[in-house]
Design a protein. Structure first.
Length: 452
């Protein structure tokens, strides 16, 4: 299953777990309102791909594989410094991903969060942190690395729990939940102060402490993030096509010039005008013919190839082919149209499609890992610039008085995904993305009957 969440500003984070199957396919369709005036001339396909689509793959392990990571951490005395750093990063990364998912599930629980659910998450978080802090290394080099990881995990735990306090509905068990979460936050804040992880001038400045923690997050993610190389496909074909079109056009123009000279005879003013016209037509038709043939030649074929390498062994562990283009509604699969649910507004929508087909080699993965986690960040800032500024007013009648309320103009985008792993049937999901010029306002998943 795919999860979609809102990130900073205009970004959507699309996450999925790639299981043991070696082949994976993904199609993402973004339905954009036609009133924005979006087309391939306003936002070219290459520009959107390079500036708005960011893909990252990391190793992933579920609960069944965590004991291996725990055992590595426990045997740190028998490991080299590099192996210890790797084990500690793996441990921290698994904790971060798990706590993010747990807190996200609690925040998205529309039926209300119970005290027992929160207690389970808090108990699990405290247990993992206790295991981390049970054996502190004595070597100064390892101790510094440990302190950075522990510092970030403590701060991250506090931030996640505070976000729950801020966003959970004030109903049900909220009065019991809030003191529990705040107590854990107080304990973690006191832990960082006792260990003197952060200087006072850093803790007093939100921007400084936030930037420092962002760097520590990268320290955790680096050992488990696959290196990648992206290459645009068709470069050689494009050069051959350019040469072929130039040869054909030049041959045609030369023959036409020869005929003009034979017909009009000698060098005259008419011959010069005729040759000038022929060369002008050559420049026009050469570019149009080249562009038309190139679109026909590359139609339906992948545009980019992405290669993934293990950060430690530099071994190739997977390849991925990628597509990005504008689609017509009439050419969409029936299953995608059914998921979108045909309506009048759909006929005016502009459809952007990103697709990928990847093949992974689990036998070359880091020991103990057979899965990867893909995070696709979709930056919609380029679309936000097409939206209108400001707000309009809506009038209401309250207690026989007319009230005027300013309302920011919002736009509804639809995101439909189709995921296929190995020989499993496709899984289709849909989200409504409410967006204004200033930010993404809301994301709501809409149930879809798969296989429809």
């Amino acid at each position: 299953m795919i999860t979609v969440e809102r990130k900073d500003g205009y970004s959507l984070k699309i996450s999925r777990i790639l299981r043991e199957a070696t082949e994976h396919r993904l199609d993402c369709y973004l339905f954009v309102p036609g009133e924005l005036g979006l087309n391939s001339h306003v936002v070219p396909e290459d520009d959107f791909y390079h500036n708005a689509i960011h893909v990252k793959r990391t190793y992933f392990s579920d609960r069944q594989h965590l004991p291996l990571v725990h055992s590595r951490l426990a045997r740190r005395g028998k490991l080299t410094a590099e192996q210890y750093r790797l084990s500690l990063s793996l441990y921290g990364y698994q904790y971060v991903v798990g706590l993010e998912q747990s807190c996200s599930e609690l925040r998205n629980n529309r039926d209300g969060v119970t005290q027992q659910e929160v207690e389970e998450v808090v108990a699990l978080a405290q247990d993992i942190l206790k295991r981390l802090r049970r054996n502190v290394p004595t070597d100064d080099t390892l101790l510094k690395y440990y302190a950075n990881i522990d510092n970030y995990l403590s701060w991250f735990t506090e931030q996640r729990l505070l976000s729950l306090v801020a966003h959970l509905p004030r109903t049900g068990d909220y009065r019991l939940i809030k003191p529990l979460l705040l107590e854990v936050c107080r304990i973690e804040r006191q832990h960082r102060e006792d260990q003197q992880y952060n200087a006072s001038h850093a803790t007093d400045s939100l921007s400084r402490i936030s930037n420092k923690m962002r760097l520590l997050r990268r320290l955790i993610e680096y050992p488990v993030t696959l290196k990648e190389k992206t290459r645009e496909l068709g470069g050689g074909e494009q050069k051959l096509l350019k040469a072929a079109v130039t040869a054909v056009v030049m041959t045609s123009v030369s023959l036409a010039a020869f005929e003009v000279r034979e017909t009009l005879g000698g060098i005259s003013l008419m011959v010069i005008f005729a040759l000038a016209l022929l060369y002008a037509l050559r420049e026009i038709f050469k570019e149009d013919l080249r562009a038309t043939l190139w679109r026909w030649l590359r139609k339906g074929r992948p545009k980019w190839r992405r290669q993934y390498f293990d950060v430690h062994s530099n071994q190739l562990v997977g390849r991925q082919l990628e597509w990005f283009d504008y689609q017509r509604a009439s050419r969409l699969d029936q299953t995608i149209r059914a998921a979108r649910r045909a309506s009048i507004s759909q006929r005016e929508e502009v459809i952007m499609r990103y697709a990928s087909h990847s093949r992974m080699l689990p036998t070359r993965f880091l020991s103990g890992y057979e899965q990867t986690r893909e995070s696709l960040q979709l930056d919609l800032a380029m679309l936000a610039r097409l939206m209108e500024k400001g707000s309009h007013h809506v009038y209401q009648l309250k207690d026989n008085q007319v009230a005027r309320q300013p309302v920011e103009k919002r736009y509804l985008l639809n995101l439909v995904t189709r995921e296929v792993q190995g020989q499993n049937p496709p899984v289709i999901q849909r989200w409504k993305v409410v967006m204004s010029r200033s930010k993404i306002v809301e994301i709501e998943e809409v149930p879809v009957a798969n296989g429809s």
